[in-house]
Ligand binder design. Structure first.
Ligand code: SF4
Length: 466
């Protein structure tokens, strides 16, 4: 779930007021998970449908990231608004892999061979990549290596899995082909909470899956947990955290639960103020417990056990320029254009998009996207968001070297507002950093949306969830 949940800003998720000279009421803490800027709901049809050859012309290509998206899951979790469908009728995974192969060839051709092309990292996400059989995973790795040109045995390879699909044969393929990180969506070790989040699973099955992953010898295990589930208490949350810690995972992601349009939980109407209070309390409880256990906080959601080398992208840093996304839910990033296919959450819409993708013969053009730069305001916002939402903060010298200014020049109202709220670490400037305070990190999902540009905000508001 690392490319995690997000949705368009709705009317009830209005951003805080800025620039009025007085401190506005505290915004709601859970508005939007900013894992990529801008969100796909801000993408539009590209009238000129540029050729990928033009899109990639002049872009650095010596350290690209490769992302392959598998849009299939066994069940649809109640909280999930990622691009995925339940199950795959006869032959659909085969047709999907064939389309992936055609797309990989088209992108590789567009990248050309005038300059060397090299990938520095790879990831299989979804959906659930391990929905594919062991044989299909072999083919997926072949596509990444032989068609796209990534050397999976030489670069970090991160893969997402669910407990039921983390089987011995699939894990053996992934380990053999070079997987360095396996991320398991557990969400809760309490069976009643898993049911309440519409992700029914037995604790024994989760524990067995974790055992198989450890036996497979993949160096980094990440476990995803969710807080804010109906009925969840500090005690039951601590129980899940302790159960996860028993496996000594190298990474843990703690996600606040969101209720989004078009999802199974989207029909509920929680008491939002009480729910915010519950989520903030559970967040602080989880953060404090992990820090006491020696974990380092990388971002609001991500915690890492010191020692093992990082084997995947840091939270909020997965959208660096130079990413090749393959598959119908994958985004690609260049310094000038972000592009992808259509996006939906509703089951019927998702199925139609997957079918269109598998029927596509010509992948040589970009049809949907967002023109981001390289000059102007948007790259600055993206850089600020990418860096500020990480616990390590933003290097002021690096920002100045890239843009010739400092964030306080470019975003005076927003940063003054954050400072007034106590969200900035006042001592960080001495170290040449702009950094969030612990409370600022806790409010990442309010602070991030406050940095969206008016243009992105307008496009997201105009997006009709489907
Ligand atoms: S396993 Fe659940 S959370 Fe993960 S992509 Fe599938 S439906 Fe979404």
């Amino acid at each position: 779930m690392n490319e995690g949940p997000a949705t368009a800003l709705s009317a009830r998720q209005a951003p805080p007021a800025h620039g009025s000279g007085e401190r506005a009421r505290d915004p709601r803490p859970y508005q939007h998970y900013v894992y990529a800027y801008p969100h796909k709901t801000a993408y539009e049809e590209l009238d000129d449908a540029p050729s990928l050859r033009d899109v990639w012309a002049g872009e650095p290509r010596d350290a690209l990231a490769l992302y392959l998206h598998i849009p299939f899951c066994e069940v649809r979790c109640g909280f999930c608004n990622l691009f995925t469908r339940i199950g795959a009728p006869d032959g659909l995974t085969t047709r999907y892999l064939e389309a992936l192969e055609r797309q990989a060839l088209a992108v590789r051709e567009a990248l050309g061979d005038a300059e060397p092309v090299a990938f520095a990292a790879a990831a299989f996400g979804g959906g659930t990549p391990t929905f594919l059989t062991a044989g299909e995973l072999e083919r997926l790795c072949d596509i990444a290596e032989k068609r796209a040109g990534a050397d999976l045995s030489a670069v970090p390879l991160s893969v997402e899995a669910s407990p039921a699909t983390a089987t011995v044969d699939r894990l053996a393929v992934l380990a053999d082909r070079g997987a360095t990180r396996l991320s398991l969506g557990v969400q809760s070790f309490v069976e009643a909470e898993a049911r309440a989040a519409v992700r029914p699973q037995r604790r024994a099955d989760v524990e067995a899956a974790l055992g198989r992953i450890r036996d497979a010898g993949i160096p980094v295990l990440n476990i995803d947990l969710i807080y804010g589930i109906e009925g969840q208490t500090e005690e039951s949350w601590r129980h899940s955290l302790r159960a996860a810690l028993a496996w000594r995972p190298e990474e843990l992601y703690l996600y606040p639960l969101y209720v989004r349009p078009k999802t199974a939980l989207g029909r509920r109407e929680p008491d939002e103020a009480a729910w915010d209070t519950q989520r903030l309390r559970l967040y602080r409880h989880g953060r404090d417990l992990l820090l006491a256990e020696g974990y380092e906080q990388v971002s609001m959601r991500m915690f890492r056990r010191p020692g093992p080398p990082a084997q995947g992208p840091d939270d909020h840093a997965c959208q660096t320029d130079g990413m090749v996304g393959l598959g119908c839910g994958a985004r690609s990033y260049t310094s000038r254009l972000h592009y992808s296919f259509d996006y939906a959450v509703d089951m019927r819409e998702t199925r139609a998009i997957v079918d269109r993708y598998t029927g596509t013969a010509d992948f040589s053009r970009a049809h949907r996207g967002f023109r981001i730069g390289p000059a102007g305001d948007e790259p600055r916002r993206r850089h600020l968001l990418q860096s500020l939402l990480q616990a390590a903060g933003l290097g002021l010298a690096e920002y100045r070297a890239r843009f010739g200014s400092c964030p306080a020049d470019d975003f005076p109202a927003e940063l003054a507002d954050f400072a007034t709220r106590g969200w900035l670490d006042g001592a960080a400037a001495d170290a040449g950093l702009l950094r969030l305070s612990p409370e600022g990190l806790a409010h990442s999902d309010a602070l991030g949306p406050a940095l969206f540009s008016p243009a992105v905000r307008a496009r997201m508001s105009a997006y009709e969830p489907r």
